[in-house]
Design a binder for this molecule. Structure first.
Ligand SMILES: [Zn+2]
Ligand SMILES: [Zn+2]
Length: 591
């Protein structure tokens, strides 16, 4: 495993070096067409590279799509020339003189911030870049690249600065990797939950209502409710208790919990209510702490597990908002567990088991686990004694190991009040999504003076666990839409059966059939609009309804159904009760 990991890291570094070397090559090619270009920066990025250019001193002030083709062609010609990437270390003065002579004002700005005695530059042909490296040795070592787009980008990402022109490119070791990546991109676009969400009539985002605040339409709201009811029932089976807290709460509570100090950037401005300040809640924890505190607890009561499908509101900049995955208000399947130190490991194991089983039910099989621990060199950043941190970290690690899960330890990634573990799942395109979080907390029980009475009759502090299994329901639904490309399994489909009467004479039987299905808890709709059957079938297929029943003269008389299954050509004849049995079985098995 460790060997494997090492070679992966090696490959990754190599790939980054290759991509960054492509950026230099891009700059050299641009310089040949635009001799007066000023260079910004050109890093490697995920799947490729970019370079920022200022063309304001050039004849042509902007890039056009044709330029990309020309520049890419020139890059390929330059590759064949076997140009060397040559490193040079020069004094500040030499560097300054050189960049002044070249008129590279952005580079001059950058060298002025370098503290080191010597400045590292790389030469490629007659293009010299301020750069720490590393680089490949020659252009012949470059893999396969492709320029993809032109975009505006402010110098150093600051909107007060000049807008530069950025050229993006993709780069991979070989053509197959590039083709695979492009294929994946096309597939990902088809599955984009923002488009599918509209097509499937699940949700919309309307600026008139507010940015980052999705509006759930009937089918989407139902889907959300189906998920909520399912997970809530699972939690109740596991001994959780349902609680509920309001959307606003007194600011003092969040000052006491530390959230106001640590997460103020995320919290919306307080509002004044009768001389008191209230905030719209960014987290559910403080309310649950108060519920715990409202009673005396004995060791016999523990563990206590409170769960709430709590909607919280957090400030996200409009620039980072994205469909359902980055929003300003979302519902968490939140829970807080209060237990003793002795119970900690067992509780953690139970939570992880539950997480695994629920995520599997939703169709996810591959999990990636990260354990975030303290940075041992900077203990002052964290609350709590060494002893208790080590215990908690060990308990988390043991609980993960019991699942035979491989995990990564991420030093310094813990939250200030305790270590945590995160679970990422892979979707059907093998992209990873961060979903579940489990945190061990010693801080809030302390701050809120939580107690229980131990066997000896003494007051003791419980440990608190925070866990959200699906995380944000909004984000989770975004993931589900993309994972299934909108074709949900039967148990999740907002409409499970579409009944399609052939003509107006068949509507009556269709409605009677719908009533029977509904009485059996099968979600169905009758498409009684005056349209052709083939159009209605196409429509139902487009919104990915699992079953379609076309009702004509024969079906209405014989009460034998013609069952069409989503994505299948074959039509199966079935009696009504057999069909009901089949669908109910699928719902129950959650297939
Ligand atoms: Zn470089
Ligand atoms: Zn919490």
């Amino acid at each position: 495993m460790s060997n494997n990991k090492k070679s992966n890291v090696f490959l990754k570094t190599n790939l980054q070096t290759m991509r960054h070397s492509c950026a230099h090559l891009l700059a050299l090619a641009v310089k040949q067409f635009f001799p007066k270009v000023k260079f910004g920066i050109g890093p490697d990025i995920e799947s490729g590279f970019y370079y920022d250019f200022d063309l304001s001193d050039c004849q042509k002030k902007t890039f056009e799509p044709d330029d990309l083709i020309k520049i890419e062609k020139r890059m390929k010609e330059l590759v064949k020339k076997d140009l060397k990437f040559e490193k040079k270390k020069i004094s500040f003065k030499e560097a300054e003189e050189m960049f002044i002579k070249m008129g590279q004002k952005y580079k001059i700005e950058l060298i002025n911030e370098i503290q080191e005695p010597l400045i590292s530059c790389y030469e490629l042909g007659d293009f010299v870049d301020l750069c720490r490296g590393p680089h490949l040795s020659s252009t012949k070592e470059l893999g396969v690249f492709k320029l993809t787009k032109i975009a505006g980008a402010y110098w150093r990402g600051d909107e007060k600065n000049k807008m530069l022109q950025r050229i993006y490119g993709l780069a991979f070791f070989n053509q197959k990797e590039l083709d695979d990546y492009l294929k994946l991109q096309t597939e990902a676009e088809k599955r984009d939950h923002r488009n599918l969400g509209q097509e499937l009539e699940l949700f919309s985002l309307n600026e008139e209502f507010g940015q980052g605040l999705p509006l759930w339409h009937p089918k989407g709201a139902l889907l959300k409710k189906i998920i909520e009811v399912f997970v809530l029932n699972e939690y109740l089976k596991q001994g959780y208790q349902l609680v509920s807290t309001a959307h606003i709460a007194n600011l003092n509570l969040f000052k006491k919990s530390g959230h106001w100090d640590f997460y103020r950037d995320l919290i919306y401005s307080p509002m004044q209510i009768e001389n008191e300040e209230y905030i719209i809640k960014p987290m559910n924890c403080p309310g649950h702490l108060l519920i715990y505190k409202s009673q005396l607890h004995s060791y016999r009561d523990l563990p206590i597990r409170f769960t709430e499908l709590g909607t919280v509101y957090r400030y996200e900049k409009s620039g980072v908002l994205h469909g359902l995955t980055r929003v300003r208000g979302f519902t968490q399947d939140d829970a807080h567990i209060f237990c003793t130190l002795e119970q900690l490991e067992k509780e953690l194991v139970e939570i992880i088991k539950l997480t695994k089983s629920i995520l599997k039910t939703f169709g996810f099989k591959d999990f990636k686990v990260a354990l975030s621990i303290r940075n041992p060199k900077n203990k002052r950043k964290y609350l709590g004694s060494d002893k208790i941190w080590l215990l908690a970290e060990e308990a988390l690690a043991k609980a993960i190991e019991k699942q035979n899960w491989v995990y990564e330890r991420e030093e310094g990634e813990a939250v200030f009040y305790g270590p945590k573990m995160d679970i990422k799942v892979s979707d059907s395109l093998n992209r990873q999504w961060q979903i579940s979080t489990l945190q061990v907390d010693f801080n809030l029980p302390e701050r809120f003076d939580l107690n229980y009475i131990d066997k000896g009759g003494k007051k003791k502090r419980p440990i608190m666990l925070h866990r959200a299994l699906l995380g944000s329901l909004e984000r989770f639904i975004g993931l589900l839409i993309e994972h299934y490309a909108g074709a949900f399994p039967v148990w999740l489909s907002p409409v499970q059966v579409q009944i399609i009467p052939v003509g107006s004479g068949h509507i009556k039987f269709s409605q009677r059939l719908a009533k029977i299905l509904k009485e059996n808890n099968i979600r169905c709709e009758v498409d009684d609009l005056n349209e052709t059957v083939s159009y209605k079938i196409r429509k139902a297929e487009k919104i990915k309804i699992p079953y379609m029943l076309v009702i004509g003269e024969k079906e209405a008389k014989s009460e034998i159904l013609n069952v069409r299954t989503r994505g299948k050509k074959k039509i199966v004849k079935m009696k009504i009760n057999k069909f009901i049995e089949k669908v109910l079985k699928e719902i129950e098995k959650k297939r």
